[in-house]
Every structure is written in C-alpha cells, then in structure tokens.
Design a protein around this ligand. Structure first.
Ligand code: APR
Ligand code: PHB
Length: 391
C-alpha cells in the first residue's frame, strides 16, 4: 500500500489531520488499532477552546457541534465555601469555549472520512515506523490478522501516549520531561441534568472536585482520589456524598443525583517528548505530550499540532519549501509548554497535594484569592483556559 501521509491513530489528532490534508489535496491513509465502536465510545475530555471550535467549523466538521454543543462563557472556582465566576469574553476580548465531548468530535470526523471515501482502516495496528530519517519512510502494520506495509512520503504519529511512533526516534536524540502526580481522577457519567450551568472547579480540604456536563440531561463529575485507587472501592452513594461535601457552598448549593452510567479512574501526569519530529516522522497529540486534565488542554493541544502539521505539508506541496516542516517541532513545543505550565498551575492550585505543609495550603488559598481579587490574575487564567493562538 502507498500514500503521501501515513497517519497512525484515529483519535482527534489523526482524524482531523486526515480531514485537513484532504482539504489541501494531499492523500493519506489512517491506521487505527481498535475497532470503530471502541473509538466512538471511549470517554474522554469535553471542553473545546475557541480556536478548536473555529478549526472544526472551517474543516466542515462543526455542524453537529454547533447544534448540540454547549457554548460556555465562563467557569466557576469554588473554595472555602465561596464561589467566584471567571467571565471569559469580558477578560479575553470575546473568547469563550464549547462543551462538546471528544468522542462526539471523533464520531463526526469518522463519519466525514468514511463519507468522502478516504482510507481509514480499523483493526489496523501499526507495529513499527521504519526508515523515518530517509525519503521513503514506512509503517509496518497488521490488519485483520495479516501483516502489511504502508509506504509513505511522511508519517504522522498520532497514536497517543501508548503508541509505537515515538519509539522510532533514537533515544540519543530525545529528551523526555515528565512529572507524575500522586493522585488521579475518579470520573462518573450520570443521567441527571447538570446542577450548575457552567463548569465548577472546587478546591476543598478533602480534595479537588469538578462538575462538568455532556448535555442538558447528562452530568460528568470528577473527584480527586489517591494514586492507584480501584474504582470498585467506591459505591455510587459514596461518590455522591463525597461530591456533596467537596462542592458545598455557604449559600447552600445542592447537587442533583442520578443513575451512574459509567465510572473510571484516570491517572494524572505531565509529559513532553522533544523533539516532535525525526526526519519524515512527525508526532502529534498525546504521542508527544500529556497534560493533567485540570486545564482541559489535551484535546486542544492535539488539534493545534495537526493544524500546524497540515499547514506545513500544504506549504511544502504548494511551494516546494520544507521551511514550515523544519519548524514544526519548535512551533508546536512553544504552545505545548504554555499548556503544560497552565495545566500544572491549575492542578497544583486546586488539588490537595499529599504531604503539603499548612504553609503550602495557605498559599493555595492565596492563589485562588488573588484570581478572585485581581483582574490581571483572572485574565491570565481566562487566556490560558480559552487557549493561546495556534502557531
Ligand atoms: N496502531 C494504530 N493505532 C494506534 C496504535 C497503533 N500501534 N496505538 C494507539 N493507536 C490509536 C489508539 O487506539 C487511539 O485511537 O491511536 C489513537 C490515539 O488517540 P488519542 O489517544 O485520542 O490521542 P490524540 O488523537 O493525540 O488525542 C489527544 O486524547 O487522551 C486524550 O486527553 C487527551 O484529549 C486528548 C486527546
Ligand atoms: C470533562 O468534561 O470531561 C472535563 C471538563 C473539564 C476538565 C476536564 C474534563 O478540566
């Protein structure tokens, strides 16, 4: 099999890249190790930055998002029993976010790809990227039990944190930056109307809690739990009671309960792989970097990477110049590190860090007070949350 761009992974990064390349007249083949139902049901994040919304619309993939997505103009910070609303448009010159699940973005992009006839192979597991530093890189893969080779001009490693693409970059040329957090998030999906009309990020002495949503009738809620927590150790009642405690306010907030339809625990880490390119292999999304979910940046970073990559490949096709491809890694990493900083700040401001001293606890509260009391500090949060421009 032969194509111009071999794309490994049909998450948001791989799927949007295929769509953008299609628009630029560049052919590609997408290889996805899982089946379609798995990819379309996987529960992930749900907040799209302004820039992500704009890109999906421009790519012709925004129709259902605009119908079913929930535009949000702010978030609420909750601490010490108080609430503070951060008004995004007022602080950022009109920017906001859209609550629309990553799984829905994937469904929309898969439907478009299949409708337009572009190759998208499910049950196709990439085994290795070979000859990445030459002019004819290849992806070895297994499809429906048989091994095959995809010959390419370029390979895009959009295969997430556990993928194989990264391994094709020699260790001697690589630097990895990493931080694990000694806690995770227990997340539930519940059939109940959200108890607040915007996302609520709560810092509480018992740990962090987040109230989010998927639709006017489905809530998504999270609790900070110790690292290695088994989801089976928490009954639904215990989860609701703990959410009640951590989301409590002096003005008597009440949390609506409903049937829990899904439960899982996600670990938290920060991770950056440098560089994001080796020869004709380009890494994008979780294959190159992970952020803790507190800032809702993971999906948006993946989108930023593939916008930059698609533009660079189109530039190469139109002008013959590899200038933008050569700049790909550095361009993406500038934005990646800003998102790493933002996600780290949000995470350390809102979670109970095991072993934190009383002094550090007070500093956490002082950081929140500062945001609530200073337009400059609040603007920094609003700019980070609604997203920096794509490079
Ligand atoms: N061969 C083919 N496909 C693979 C392989 C492989 N060897 N390894 C992994 N994959 C697939 C996975 O099954 C998955 O569908 O690659 C895809 C990677 O998708 P994501 O993990 O969603 O990563 P990405 O597209 O970069 O999107 C980042 O995902 O984890 C969230 O919070 C993160 O929202 C962010 C987003
Ligand atoms: C979600 O709805 O899944 C969600 C929202 C905001 C976050 C993380 C996850 O910061």
């Amino acid at each position: 099999m032969r194509t111009t761009v071999g794309i490994i992974g049909a998450g948001p990064a791989g799927l949007l890249l295929a769509r953008l390349l299609d628009g630029a007249g560049i052919d590609s083949v997408v290889l996805e190790s899982r089946d379609r139902a798995y990819v379309e049901q996987r529960q992930r994040a749900g907040v799209l930055e302004q820039g992500t919304v704009d890109v999906l619309r421009a790519a012709g993939a925004g129709e259902r998002m605009d119908r079913e997505g929930l535009p949000h103009d702010g978030i609420e910070l909750r601490f010490a029993g108080r609430r503070h609303r951060v008004d995004f448009p007022a602080l950022t010159g009109g920017r906001s976010v859209m609550v629309y699940a990553q799984t829905e973005v994937c469904k929309d992009l898969i439907a478009l790809r299949l409708r337009d006839g572009g190759p998208l192979l499910f049950d196709a597991e990439a085994l290795a990227v070979e000859d990445a530093a030459t002019d004819s890189p290849r992806v070895r893969f297994r499809h429906e039990g048989a091994e095959d080779v995809l010959e390419c001009d370029y390979v895009a490693g959009c295969d997430g944190f556990w993928g194989v693409a990264r391994k094709a970059i020699p260790a001697g040329l690589t630097r990895v930056f990493e931080r694990a957090y000694p806690f995770g998030w227990l997340g539930i999906l519940a059939d109940v109307a959200p108890s607040h009309d915007e996302l609520v990020y709560a810092r509480h002495d018992r740990g962090f809690a987040l109230l989010s949503m998927r639709s006017p009738s489905v809530s998504r809620l999270y609790l900070q739990v110790p690292e290695g927590t088994d989801v089976a150790a928490w009954s639904d009642d215990e989860i609701w009671s703990e959410l009640d405690r951590r989301l409590e306010t002096d003005d008597g907030f009440t949390l609506r309960r409903g049937a829990v339809t899904q439960k899982s625990v996600t670990p938290m880490r920060s991770y950056v792989h440098e560089p994001m390119r080796h020869g004709r292999l380009f890494l994008a999304g979780d294959a190159a970097h992970i952020v803790p979910p507190t800032g809702a940046k993971g999906l948006n970073l993946a989108i930023g990477d593939v916008v930059t990559l698609a533009r660079a490949l189109a530039h190469r096709k139109e002008t013959g110049s590899a200038e933008l491809l050569d700049a790909y890694s550095a361009t993406c990493l500038r934005r990646v590190w800003q998102a790493e900083r933002f996600s780290y700040d949000m995470t350390t401001m809102l979670h109970r860090i095991p072993g934190a001293t009383p002094f550090e606890d007070r500093l956490q509260l002082a950081r929140l007070e500062r945001i609530a009391g200073s337009r400059a500090a609040e603007t920094d949060l609003a700019e980070g949350y609604t997203g920096l421009p794509f490079g």
